[in-house]
Design a protein around this ligand. Structure first.
Ligand SMILES: Nc1ncnc2c1ncn2[C@@H]1O[C@H](COP(=O)(O)OP(=O)(O)OP(=O)(O)O)[C@@H](O)[C@H]1O
Ligand SMILES: [Mg+2]
Length: 277
């Protein structure tokens, strides 16, 4: 089988990229341990070198427990990193910021707020006239095709609608970087496919940088320009594969698309099959 184009991850590449104004996220030798120094410590990430450029769509694939969510939450500034460096747009990450929006693995809407109130919530932190906030919230509700459901509570929505509401809430704040943690994992195949295409449209229109965690190889290749493969815990970067292919058409894809899916499957099989260290 012909191999997809592989970019070898080398610290020198990360160092060069760090200085590049086009780097959105640059991690060098980033390691992380939960409950460090205690008997319950868990080493989640091990010397991650990763650069993601502005406007890129990058997926992260790896076995359960390998540290994908941890990496995303560290980039989001929700977990302070303790070892290595992490820059977002050239500045070290010191905590969460409006430049980074996160869509969580589980639906994370306030159950006591309506769709509109949930979307408005993020905007309330921003100093903006009420009329402008409302206009913005409605715009993003329309963008994810939830118009007509502004007054519904999350419990009155389907899973796909809830995830779209969460996406609208994140997009409304207009972050440069969207961090998405298995956002479509709990959805049926049809809803998932619709949302994948909506997300691609939003990405093309807004030119945001997207980091997308998934367990679905086909989804990763379809959506992203590069796929980052992580090893089982403690998560290391095993390989980065260029998936900016011309023949993606749809999820069934063409020859190059399917070659890439097969190549990644063959590479992750061992990681998925093995037990955690
Ligand atoms: N709050 C925490 N305290 C201690 N250990 C944690 C905590 N959160 C995660 N871990 C551990 O860190 C490792 C990485 O977890 P993480 O949630 O990042 O994995 P993941 O790759 O996102 O997995 P999944 O695909 O199942 O979502 C796991 O072994 C997990 O047990
Ligand atoms: Mg996770």
């Amino acid at each position: 089988m012909q191999k997809s184009k592989i970019i070898t991850v080398a610290p020198s590449f990360a160092e060069d990229a760090k200085a590049s104004p086009s780097a959105a996220i640059c991690a060098t030798q980033l390691s992380f341990e939960y409950a460090a120094g205690t008997a319950r410590s868990v080493k989640a990430l091990d010397r991650i070198d990763l650069t993601i450029f502005k406007g890129e769509f990058v997926s992260i694939l790896g076995p359960s427990g390998c540290g994908k969510s941890t990496l995303l939450y560290i980039i989001g500034g929700f977990i302070p990193y303790t070892s290595g460096t992490l820059d977002v747009c050239g500045k070290p990450v010191k905590g969460p910021g409006p430049d980074r929006g996160i869509v969580f693995q589980q639906f994370a809407l306030f159950p006591w707020k309506t769709v509109l109130q949930n979307v408005l919530y993020g905007l309330e932190q921003r100093r903006m006239p009420r009329a402008e906030r409302l206009e913005r919230a409605h715009h993003f509700i329309r963008l994810v095709q939830l118009d007509g459901f502004e007054s519904h509570f999350p419990a009155q929505l389907s899973g796909g609608m809830r995830q779209r509401a969460a996406l609208a809430r994140t997009l409304a704040v207009d972050p440069d970087i969207l961090l998405m943690d298995e956002p479509f994992g709990a959805l049926d195949a049809q809803t998932r496919s619709i949302l994948q295409n909506q997300l691609l449209d939003i990405w093309r229109d807004t030119k945001k940088t997207i980091v997308f965690v998934t367990h679905d190889v086909r989804e990763a290749v379809y959506l992203s320009q590069r796929v980052v493969l992580m090893s089982k815990r403690p998560g290391r970067i095993k390989e980065i594969i260029d998936t900016d292919l011309p023949d993606k058409g749809d999820l069934t894809g063409g020859v190059e698309f399917n070659k890439s899916v097969d190549y990644i499957w063959n590479n992750v099989r061992n990681e998925y099959g093995g037990a955690n260290e």
